[in-house]
Unconditional design. Structure first.
Length: 246
């Protein structure tokens, strides 16, 4: 399968941890880290790049996997979650966190393969870009980007979870990777129109509270582009409610 995911596995049962490790190795998912307590997992998230996927045992000596997932999501809302347990008692609570899958012990290789398949399907439905950050490549989903701004010799990419990625790459190269939902409102300033909360004649306010200037000589064109975007979005919403897809 070899999706190249950065994966975390949290389980304080050595046998189950070994079982999941063997399954991931067999499926060629080698970029995985294994933890027996929540604190170690959270520390790893804080000091490294975010995990793409986390397998979490529901019943732990230091709490529950659901509690660990909630704390993990506070640090990185983009991590996909798979819960592992001996019973289905926490299934509703787990899926309320947007869990990909819920595996019942003993976990098999086919269970892990199905979780990876679901993760791949979810990821493929969301467009992403790969950006160089601190000498590492980071995958960033387009819908999680609030703004892209050229600041001196680097580019700041601000995300919906509050993070600011500093990218050593020309903004012109990043702009080519973005889609039609992004609008250039000033020199070196690109915003996600889905994250605009208001736009007046001179400024654009975004969902993270930032207020950015709109380039004076292009104000009419920029406002028209944003108005066209809103009109298309309203049309799509109306079509979806009618179920006609037009």
């Amino acid at each position: 399968m070899a999706l190249g995911l950065r994966t975390a596995v949290l389980d304080d049962d050595p046998e189950e941890l070994a079982r999941v490790r063997a399954a991931l190795d067999s499926l060629q998912e080698t970029d995985a880290e294994f933890f027996t307590d929540t604190a170690s997992l959270l520390a790893a998230v804080r000091r490294g790049r975010p995990f793409d996927l986390a397998f979490l045992d529901v019943y732990l000596r230091d709490g529950t996997g659901v509690e660990a997932a909630m704390r993990l999501r506070e640090i990185d809302p983009e991590t996909d979650l798979v819960f592992i347990t001996a019973s289905r008692n926490h299934a509703v609570e787990a899926f309320s966190l947007g869990a990909l899958h819920y595996l019942v012990k003993p976990v098999t290789e086919s269970d892990v393969a199905e979780a990876l398949r679901r993760r791949e399907a979810r990821a493929s439905a969301r467009r992403s870009v790969t950006l160089p950050v601190n000498r590492e490549l980071h995958r960033v989903y387009l819908d999680s980007i609030v703004s892209v701004q050229s600041i001196r010799h680097l580019v700041e990419v601000r995300l919906t979870d509050g993070r600011c990625l500093r990218v050593w790459q020309p903004i012109s190269e990043i702009e080519r990777l973005l889609d039609k939902d992004f609008l250039k409102i000033n020199r070196g300033v690109i915003v996600n129109m889905n994250r605009i909360t208001s736009m007046d004649l001179e400024t654009c306010t975004l969902s993270d509270g930032s207020v950015l200037a709109v380039r004076q000589k292009d104000r009419a064109v920029i406002r028209r582009q944003y108005s066209d975007f809103l009109f298309n979005e309203l049309h799509l919403m109306s079509a979806s409610k009618r179920g006609d897809g037009k």
